[in-house]
Write a protein that binds this ligand. Structure first.
Ligand SMILES: Cc1cc2nc3c(=O)[nH]c(=O)nc-3n(C[C@H](O)[C@H](O)[C@H](O)COP(=O)(O)O)c2cc1C
Length: 318
C-alpha cells in the first residue's frame, strides 16, 4: 500500500528552518503541518508566526498551516489571511493539551463542547475559501468526548481528520488508546490519519498491520529522533550505515548553520540545538552519553567538537 506521511507540527522544532533543511536532505514526507498560528487579544499575529508560513520561507514544501481558534470570526479571518498567501488547505487544532490553551477553550479544551465545535463549523464551512482538515485528540478529560464530535464531523467533507488517540490531561504520558481509536475509525466517514508515538519502524509495522484501512500517518517526534524513518516506512531507504551517518551529519550541519544565522546569541543557539539533540541522540546506540556530551557544552566551539565526537566515535542504531 502507498503510504502518505505527514510531519506533525511541533512548536519550537518543526519551524520553517527545520522544514526547509529537512526537505533538502530527506524526500519522503508528503505533507508538512506548521505549528499553530493564532490571533492574540489585539487581533494581531505574532511576527514569528507570520514568518513561519511566508511562502518564500516554504519553497518546495507542501505546507498546511495550522490555526488555533475558538470562534468563527477569527476562523474566517485566519482562513482568508492564509488563502491570500496561497494556502488552499488549512488545519484546525483541536488537540493542544496545555492548560494555558485548553482552559481558554482552545485546542483540546474545545473537545468538551461538541455543540460549540459544530456551531463554528456550520458558520464557517461555506465562508472559508480553503479546504479544511482537523487535528484532534480523543478528548479533553474523557476519551468519549470524541463520540458526538465524530458523528457531527460526518456532516462535513473534511480533507483529513488526524487523530492523536490520547486525552489532553495525559499530555504525552501513557499510551495512545488504540482500542478507542479503532472504535472511532469505524464510525467516521471522513478520511482518518493516525498520529501518536510512531517512534520506529517496528511500531509502524504493528500499527499498519492493525489498521489495514489506514494509509495516512502523521509522525512528529519519531522523525526528529530518526530523520530516516519516513524513508524506512516507504522502503526507499537504501543507504549503508556509513552513508547514513554522513547524511545525518550533513543534515545536522546545515540545520546548525541556518539556526546560527537566524538566532542571535550563542546561548539561544545552544539551547535550540540541545533541544534537537534530545531527539537526535535517540538515533545513537549510546543515546544517553551522546545527549550528555551535547548538553554540557557551554560554547559554540565546544558544541561543534561534541557533535564531531558523536558522529565520529558513536554508532547509529537506526
Ligand atoms: C514540543 C511539541 C510541540 C507541539 N506543537 C504542536 C502544535 O503546534 N500543533 C499541534 O497540533 N500539535 C503539536 N504537538 C503535538 C504533535 O503534533 C503530535 O500530535 C504529538 O507529538 C504526537 O505525535 P508523535 O508521537 O508522532 O510526536 C506538539 C508536540 C510536542 C511534543
Amino acid at each position: 500500500m502507498q503510504h502518505t506521511i505527514s510531519l506533525a507540527p511541533l512548536q519550537g522544532f518543526t519551524d520553517y528552518i527545520f522544514r526547509k533543511v529537512y526537505n533538502n536532505y530527506f524526500t519522503d514526507i508528503d505533507k508538512f503541518y506548521s505549528p499553530y498560528i493564532r490571533l492574540s487579544n489585539d487581533k494581531t499575529i505574532k511576527k514569528s508566526q507570520i514568518r513561519d508560513i511566508l511562502p518564500e520561507n516554504n519553497k518546495n514544501i507542501n505546507l498546511i498551516p495550522q490555526i488555533l481558534v475558538n470562534n468563527s470570526t477569527d476562523f474566517i479571518f485566519l482562513s482568508n489571511y492564509l488563502f491570500d498567501f496561497g494556502y488552499k488547505e488549512i488545519n484546525w487544532n483541536l488537540g493542544c493539551p496545555y492548560p494555558m490553551v485548553a482552559k481558554r477553550n482552545l485546542g483540546a479544551g474545545l473537545l468538551e463542547y461538541p455543540e460549540k465545535i459544530n456551531e463554528i463549523l456550520e458558520t464557517i464551512i461555506n465562508k472559508i475559501p480553503n479546504k479544511l482538515s482537523i487535528k484532534m485528540r480523543l478528548g479533553n478529560k474523557n476519551i468519549d468526548d470524541i463520540d458526538k464530535i465524530i458523528s457531527d464531523l460526518n456532516n462535513y467533507n473534511l480533507s483529513d481528520l488526524i487523530i492523536h488517540p490520547r486525552i489532553a490531561t495525559q499530555l504525552y504520558k501513557g499510551n495512545p488508546d488504540l482500542n478507542k481509536f479503532a472504535e472511532v475509525l469505524n464510525t467516521s466517514s471522513n478520511k482518518i490519519t493516525y498520529n501518536g508515538d510512531i517512534k520506529d519502524i517496528s511500531t509502524f509495522n504493528k500499527l499498519e498491520n492493525e489498521y489495514q484501512n489506514i494509509n495516512n500517518w502523521m509522525i512528529g517526534r519519531g522523525i526528529l529522533a530518526n530523520p530516516f524513518l519516513a524513508s524506512q516506512i516507504k522502503k526507499t531507504d537504501n543507504l549503508s550505515a556509513d552513508l547514513k551517518k554522513e547524511q545525518f551529519y550533513n543534515f545536522h550541519d546545515s540545520l546548525f548553520n541556518e539556526i546560527e544565522n537566524s538566532l542571535s546569541g550563542s546561548s539561544h543557539i545552544l539551547t535550540k540545538m540541545t533541544n534537537y539533540w534530545e531527539y537526535f541522540s535517540l538515533s545513537f546506540t549510546n543515546s544517553h552519553k551522546v545527549f550528555k556530551r551535547i548538553k554540557k557544552t557551554s560554547t559554540i566551539e565546544k558544541y561543534k567538537s561534541a557533535v564531531n565526537h558523536n558522529f565520529s566515535e558513536e554508532n547509529l542504531n537506526i
